[in-house]
Design a protein around this ligand. Structure first.
Ligand SMILES: Nc1ncnc2c1ncn2[C@@H]1O[C@H](COP(=O)(O)OP(=O)(O)OP(=O)(O)O)[C@@H](O)[C@H]1O
Length: 219
């Protein structure tokens, strides 16, 4: 068992966003969260992330806003996926001078994401799609037992999105990802959770979720 919520109320301060959330996430599941804007997908991802972090599990995270440092190079931002593996002094030294071995490891992650030509560019000079792929590269470089990602392919074209989701599937056996593209969700997920108006509306194996159930989330 990776994570579990049992009748949880999730929200911010006194404001409850999701009520009565019960779910268990098992190793090997690829869960996609679907639901309209504001339904609580980010809130649920944050709750699962907090639980895993509290248990010292290694999680690769792709936040919706990417969480990049704009003034630093793409490859230094990717390096930051492993900051918590080392103390401050070593990190500072590496952020000033990235040793050859690490540059090579980062290059291997950049290549399949089409970012090789931009390794030394500052993130602020990248396009929206390139920034999103930088955040994905950082997650791949970090690795770990689970991926948590919030709309990780919203800024790339459909072809790239499918390729990236396949890459993520190959690298992470367990994942929870918020998506808005239903077709992509169906091709990636082993399980789909539908959220609407502060509640889980359905939670089932992907091949058992009907198009009508999904349409009702957005209707
Ligand atoms: N930091 C916060 N403080 C207070 N309320 C918040 C905060 N973050 C989100 N909310 C509220 O919680 C609700 C759910 O937001 P959340 O970001 O989880 O939805 P979402 O399904 O991820 O939406 P989107 O698809 O637009 O990213 C919204 O009503 C939002 O306004």
């Amino acid at each position: 068992m990776k994570a579990r919520l049992d009748g949880a109320e999730l929200g911010y301060g006194a404001a409850t966003v999701l009520r009565d959330v019960s779910l268990t996430l098992q190793e090997g599941e690829r869960v996609v969260l679907l639901g309209p804007s504001g339904a609580g997908k980010t809130t649920l991802l944050a709750a699962i992330h907090a639980q895993l972090i509290a248990r010292d599990e290694r999680v690769a995270l792709v936040p919706q806003d990417h969480g990049l440092v704009p003034q630093m190079s793409l490859r230094r931002n990717v390096y930051m996926g492993r900051l918590d593996d080392h103390g401050a002094v070593r990190n500072l030294a590496r952020l000033i001078y990235l040793p050859r071995g690490l540059r090579d490891q980062i290059a291997a992650v950049l290549a399949p994401l089409g970012l090789s030509d931009h390794a030394t560019s500052p993130v602020e000079a990248l396009s929206g799609g390139q920034r999103q792929r930088t955040a994905l590269a950082r997650a791949l470089f970090r690795g770990g037992g689970m991926l948590i990602a919030d709309e990780p392919v919203s800024a790339v074209d459909a072809m790239q999105a499918a390729e990236i989701m396949a890459l993520l599937s190959a690298r992470f056996t367990t994942a929870m990802i918020a998506l808005h593209d239903v077709a992509l969700a169906r091709s990636f997920a082993t399980r789909i959770i539908g959220l609407r108006d502060g509640r889980i509306r359905f939670d089932a194996a992907a091949d058992r979720v009907t198009d009508a159930q999904i349409a009702r989330l957005y209707g």
